[in-house]
Design a protein around this ligand. Structure first.
Ligand code: AP5
Ligand code: MG
Length: 218
């Protein structure tokens, strides 16, 4: 498979959940720019401080930095047979870069929009909990861990709650999405590369649809 699977959708749509399933079952790397920058933000450097500050506001990190990171990551050996992008591109500048990258790497872009109405998003984001060891994504409402505060597979580690998963931050993230990222749906639609999926269904049902789209795209 020589495809770049681009998972798109509002904050909390289920991009990470689906990207993890695709990674596990198809042995393709999941490249989540959000996760990459959350890791980077843990360091004690000026850049980390800058990234922490931007992520905390719910606004976007500069195209220049995101593009450099994606370029470097997608040129590693594990990406040679294709990869999954979760949370990239998010601006027209990033989409333009990805077009060039796809040509350079001889890969085809398949854009998948996981469609979830705004009313669902509060529970998805405020209820999200993440295992700091394996990255498993839980939700206290729809996918609770067996024990309240720890991962089913890593009981030694307490689940975390993202700093930007508060009601106020979600408002900013959604507004940023509407302004910067939603226009990309038209962009991919115009070139017949956009596939829309109902994101309110069970994650396994959504996964089956994504797999079908990816397999049937030449
Ligand atoms: P990022 O980490 O990408 O956050 P996001 O886009 O806001 O998306 P989320 O991770 O919140 O949601 P998701 O769609 O992955 O949902 P999930 O599967 O977890 O970005 C964070 C920040 O980093 C940005 O604000 C920005 O500052 C920066 N950044 C990142 N990329 C950037 C870029 N390209 N350019 C510039 N800046 C960038 O699911 C959510 C919850 O719902 C979970 O609890 C899950 O269990 C549950 N769930 C999932 N699917 C279902 C389902 N089908 N039914 C019921 N519940 C479900
Ligand atoms: Mg995510």
């Amino acid at each position: 498979m020589n495809k770049i699977i681009v998972l798109m959708g509002v904050p909390g749509a289920g991009k990470g959940t689906q990207a993890r399933l695709l990674q596990e079952r198809n042995k393709l790397p999941q490249i989540s720019t959000g996760d990459i920058f959350r890791e980077l933000a843990k360091e004690e450097t000026a850049l980390a401080e800058e990234v922490r500050a931007v992520q905390a506001t719910g606004k976007l990190i500069s195209d220049d930095l995101v593009i450099r990171v994606v370029h470097e990551r997608t040129n590693r050996a594990d990406c040679k047979d294709g990869y999954i992008l979760d949370g990239f591109p998010r601006t027209t500048g990033q989409a333009a870069m990805l077009e060039k990258l796809a040509v350079e790497q001889g890969k085809k872009i398949v854009a998948i929009f996981i469609d979830v109405p705004f009313v669902e998003l509060e529970k998805r984001t405020t209820g999200r909990r993440i295992c700091p060891v394996c990255g498993e994504i839980y939700n206290i409402y729809s996918k609770p861990p067996k024990s309240d505060t720890v991962c089913d597979l890593h009981p030694e580690a307490k689940l975390t709650h993202r700093a930007d998963d508060t009601v106020e931050k979600i408002k900013v993230r959604l507004a940023t999405y509407e302004q910067e990222t939603r226009p990309l749906l038209d962009y991919y639609e115009a070139s017949h590369r956009l596939h829309r999926i109902d994101g309110t269904r069970d994650p396994e049902v959504i996964y089956a649809q994504i797999e079908k789209i990816v397999m049937s795209t030449e």
